[in-house]
Design a binder for this molecule. Structure first.
Ligand code: NOJ
Length: 747
C-alpha cells in the first residue's frame, strides 16, 4: 500500500495523540474529516459534491465529457457511477490519487437485485415476506459488488407503489408501509452489514426521497399531489425504517410534491430528514434532477437550480453539473454560505472515512477476490433459494401442482421458455467480461430436474409482442403429445423499470390466445407468468387450471421454477401488492377508507361507491398466495380486551398444517381503528409471521399489540393513539380473514 500524504498525516496524528483511537470511532472520524476539510480549497470542496457517470454504461441521459479525467486529477470529482470492475475502478482511483489531496473517489452503482449473480427483482423478493432471505440477497449482491470495486449501491428503493402502470413498481416492496418498512430494514442491513466499512459490504442508499412511487397516472417522473397525512403515514415510514437501520445515504427524487421538486425541497431534506430524523449521512440527487428543476418551472437557470438544491440539503449532484458550474459563484455572491458547502462535504468525507478509503483507496480493488466472489457457488445456491421463495402460486385447481417427476411427456411452450437474459428483469448490472451464459433458462431448469425417462418437448408458439399466430399450430401439435403443458408467457424484461410505464398492462401480444388454443386440446396447462409488475390477465386467471406468477427471478430462474413445479419447494409467497382486474380500477389497494357509501358486492350499484362496468374487488388481493398444503387457523386468544396506552395485549392463535406437504404460511395481522378523529383504513397490516410446519403439525403463534400499532397521524400531524374500539383480524391474506377479535384502548 502506498503511504499517501493524508494517510501519513493520520499516522502522525495518531502518534501525537494516542487518545484518538480510544475515543468513540465516530468522534475520531469527525476529527479526521475536519482536518481534511481545513486543507481543501473551495474548488476541491465543490468537487466532492460532484458525481459523474463513467462511460462504461449509462442509466440516464449521459453527458459526454472529455475532460473527466483531468477533473478527477484536479480534485473536482467526488464520485463516479456506473464504473464497475476492479480493473476499471482501480484505473480511476489511480487518477484520483494524482490529485493534490488524494481524496479517494466513491464508486456508486445500481446494485438493485444482485450483481453478477442476479436475484429476483425486488418486488418478487418482497413476495417472500422472508426478511432473512431478503437480507441474504442484499448481502450477496454487496459481497460481489464490493469485490468488484464498488463502494455504494443506489438501493434499496423504498418507495411505496400502488400503481402497476408505473414501471418502477418492480424495484420496490409494493403497496404497504408496514411490510415496506420491514423490507427496507432487511435490505439496508444486508447491503451494509453490521457496520459500514466491512470489506464485503457496500453503502446503502434509501431512495427516492420522497413519494416518487405516487407519480400521477403511473407515468414515470410525473408530479405527485399528496396530503401530508398520506405522506407521513404511507410514503415516509419505509424511509424512516431505512434510516433507523443505518442507511448511509439517501437519494432524492425526480418528482415534485405539491409543486415543489424533491431535489429542492427543504422541508423534506433539511427539516425532516436531517433535522427531525437526525440523518447523519449524505443526500445524492437523482440523475440530473438538480438541472431538471428548470423544466419543473421552479427555477430560472442552473445557477438558481444549484442554489435551490444545495439550500434544500442535496449534498451531491449526480450528473447535472449544476454544482460544478455554479456553486463557486453562488458562494462569491453570498447566496450560499461556505458553512453550507462545508456541511455537505463533511457528510461525504465522513462516509469515505467510514469505508476505510482514506486508509486504503484500493481496498475494494483486488482482482483475486473479485474472481472468487463472482464465481462463488454459495451465491448461486442462495439465489436459487430466494427465487423459489419469490414465486407466487395463484391458482391450483384439483391440485394439478406439484407435477410428478415421472411424467412421460411434458410440452414446454412459450416465448420465454428458452430466454436467458429476460430472466434477469430490469436493473441488472453489466459486469465486465460476463455474458448471459451462466443464467439458467427455464428450459435448462426443467432439463436439470427431470430424468431421461421424461420427454421434454418445446414450441415457442408466438413472440411476446405482435399478432403473429404462425407458431400456434406447432404448439398445439406439441401439446397434443404431452401429459401436461407448461406455458411460459409474460412481458419483456424491459417493459418494466425506469421510464417503462405502460397504460395497457395486459399480457402483451397473442399470448393469451395461444393459451386458449392449448386449453382447447383438453390437456392440463400450467401457466408461468413472467413480469415486472402486476399484470391484468383475466382470461388466464379464469381458465388456466394452475398459475405461477414467476416475476423475473434472476440467474437461477430455471432451477427455481423447476423446484416449485415439481414440489421440491412448496410455494409460500404472498403478494405485496394488489392485482387489479382492470386498469380502470387503479389505484386499488387494500388499506383504503370505507367511504360514506361503501359497496359490499358487485350486484348493487345504487348510490354506492362502485363502478357500473367493473367489479370493486381486485383480481388478487394484497397478501394472497397459495401453497401445496392447507392451513387451519384456530383458537384466537387475547389475554385482555381492554388496554391502557402504556399496556399491551398478547394475542395467540394456533396454525395447523392440514394438508399433505410440509409448508410455510405467512400469518397476517390486521387492525382497524373503528372510530378516529381522522377516518382510518378498513384494515392495516400491523404484524406478520412466516412459519414452517410439517404436514399435520400445529404451532402457536404470538403477537403483541402495543400503542405504537394503534397510532396514526392526526389532523395536526401528531402521532397519536386515540381511545376507542379496535377490530383485530388475522388471516392468510387481506381478504381471507380467518379469525376476528375486538378490543378497546382505554383513556
Ligand atoms: C436514475 C434512477 O431514478 C435512480 O434510481 C438511479 O439510481 C440513477 N438513475 C442512477 O442510475
Amino acid at each position: 500500500m502506498k503511504i499517501t500524504f493524508l494517510s501519513a498525516f493520520w499516522l502522525l496524528l495518531l502518534f501525537v495523540n494516542p487518545f484518538i483511537s480510544a475515543q468513540p470511532q465516530q468522534k475520531s472520524f469527525e476529527r479526521r474529516v475536519d482536518s481534511v476539510l481545513r486543507l481543501m480549497t473551495l474548488d476541491e470542496k465543490i468537487g466532492q459534491m460532484n458525481q459523474y457517470n463513467d462511460d462504461w454504461t449509462a442509466t440516464g441521459p449521459a453527458t459526454v465529457d472529455n475532460e473527466k479525467a483531468n477533473q478527477v486529477r484536479n480534485g473536482q470529482v467526488g464520485s463516479l457511477l456506473n464504473c464497475v470492475g476492479v480493473e476499471r475502478t482501480r484505473r480511476w482511483q489511480s487518477v484520483a490519487m494524482q490529485s493534490r489531496l488524494k481524496i479517494p473517489l466513491l464508486f456508486g452503482q445500481d446494485v438493485i437485485h444482485g450483481y453478477k449473480t442476479t436475484f429476483p427483482i425486488p418486488l418478487a423478493e418482497a413476495c417472500s415476506w422472508d426478511m432473512e432471505a431478503i437480507k441474504q440477497s442484499a448481502q450477496t449482491g454487496a459481497a460481489e459488488a464490493s469485490a468488484s470495486g464498488i463502494h455504494w449501491t443506489f438501493a434499496p428503493m423504498v418507495d411505496i407503489a400502488r400503481d402497476p402502470r408505473w414501471g418502477r413498481v418492480m424495484e420496490g416492496a409494493g403497496e404497504d408501509p408496514y411490510l415496506g418498512s420491514a423490507i427496507a430494514t432487511a435490505r439496508v442491513k444486508g447491503f451494509q452489514g453490521e457496520q459500514l466499512g466491512g470489506i464485503n459490504s457496500v453503502m446503502a442508499c434509501a431512495k427516492h426521497f420522497a413519494a416518487y412511487g405516487a407519480a400521477i397516472g403511473g407515468r414515470d417522473y410525473n408530479s405527485v399531489d399528496m396530503s401530508d397525512r398520506m405522506l407521513w403515514e404511507v410514503y415516509l415510514p419505509p424511509f424512516k425504517a431505512a434510516l433507523d437501520a443505518g442507511a448511509a445515504t439517501f437519494m432524492n427524487s425526480f418528482n415534485d410534491i405539491n409543486g415543489v421538486p424533491s431535489t429542492g425541497n427543504k422541508v423534506l431534506q433539511r427539516d425532516i430528514l436531517k433535522g427531525k430524523w437526525g440523518f447523519g449521512g449524505f443526500v445524492v440527487s437523482d440523475w440530473g434532477s438538480v438541472g431538471e428543476m428548470i423544466n419543473h418551472g421552479n427555477v430560472k437557470n442552473e445557477y438558481e437550480a444549484a442554489l435551490s438544491a444545495v439550500t434544500a440539503g442535496s449534498d451531491m449532484d449526480m450528473e447535472s453539473r449544476c454544482y460544478k458550474n455554479n456553486l463557486a459563484q453562488l458562494v462569491k455572491d453570498n447566496k450560499v454560505p461556505l458553512a453550507l458547502i462545508d456541511g455537505a462535504v463533511r457528510r461525504i468525507l465522513q462516509k469515505k472515512f467510514e469505508l476505510g478509503l482514506f486508509d486504503d483507496p484500493f481496498r475494494f480493488c483486488n482482482a483475486h477476490r473479485e474472481q472468487a466472489s463472482l464465481n462463488n457457488p454459495e451465491h448461486t445456491k442462495t439465489a436459487r433459494q430466494v427465487a423459489a421463495k419469490s414465486i407466487v402460486l395463484l391458482k391450483n385447481e384439483n391440485n394439478l401442482l406439484p407435477l410428478p417427476k415421472n411424467l412421460k411427456t411434458i410440452a414446454f411452450i412459450g416465448p420465454l421458455v428458452k430466454a436467458l437474459k429476460q430472466n434477469k428483469g430490469f436493473w441488472d448490472v453489466e459486469v465486465p467480461g460476463v455474458d448471459s451464459g451462466f443464467i439458467v433458462s427455464q428450459w435448462e431448469g426443467l432439463k436439470n430436474k427431470l430424468g431421461a425417462a421424461t420427454r421434454l418437448l418445446y414450441a415457442k408458439g408466438c413472440e411476446i409482442e405482435g399478432d403473429n399466430r404462425d407458431g400456434f399450430a406447432e404448439a398445439v401439435a406439441v401439446a397434443q403429445q404431452a401429459d401436461v403443458v407448461i406455458l411460459s408467457i409474460g412481458e419483456r424484461r424491459d417493459m418494466s423499470g425506469e421510464a417503462k410505464s405502460r397504460s395497457n398492462i395486459c399480457i402483451p401480444g397473442v399470448q393469451e390466445d395461444l393459451l386458449k388454443e392449448l386449453l382447447a386440446t383438453g390437456k392440463p396447462v400450467v401457466v408461468l407468468i413472467n413480469a415486472g409488475r402486476p399484470l391484468v390477465f383475466n382470461f388466464t386467471a379464469d381458465h388456466a387450471p394452475a398459475i405461477l406468477y414467476t416475476w423475473w427471478l434472476g440467474s437461477e430462474a430455471g432451477n427455481a421454477i423447476a423446484d416449485v413445479l415439481f414440489g421440491d419447494y412448496n410455494p409460500s409467497a404472498k403478494l405485496p401488492i394488489t392485482f387489479p382486474r382492470s386498469v380502470g380500477q387503479i389505484p386499488i389497494y387494500y388499506s383504503h377508507f370505507n367511504t360514506g357509501r361503501p359497496a359490499t358486492s358487485d350486484n348493487n350499484h345504487k348510490y354506492n361507491s362502485s363502478y357500473l362496468d367493473v367489479s370493486i374487488f381486485p383480481k388478487y388481493e394484497f397478501g394472497y398466495g397459495l401453497s401445496y398444503t392447507t392451513f387451519a387457523y384456530s383458537n384466537l386468544q387475547l389475554n385482555t380486551t381492554k388496554m391502557k396506552a402504556d399496556e399491551k395485549i398478547e394475542v395467540s392463535l394456533t396454525i395447523t398444517n392440514t394438508g399433505k406437504y410440509e409448508g410455510e404460511e405467512i400469518v397476517q395481522l390486521y387492525l382497524r381503528d373503528k372510530v378516529g378523529s381522522i377516518s382510518r383504513p378498513v384494515k392495516e397490516l400491523k404484524d406478520f409471521r412466516k412459519i414452517q410446519l410439517q404436514a399435520g403439525e400445529s404451532k402457536i403463534i404470538k403477537f403483541v399489540i402495543d400503542k405504537e400499532k394503534l397510532s396514526f397521524y392526526n389532523q395536526d400531524l401528531k402521532w397519536v393513539a386515540e381511545a376507542g374500539d379496535f377490530e383485530l383480524m388475522i388471516g392468510a391474506s387481506s381478504e381471507d380473514i380467518r379469525l376476528r377479535g375486538e378490543f378497546e384502548l382505554l383513556q
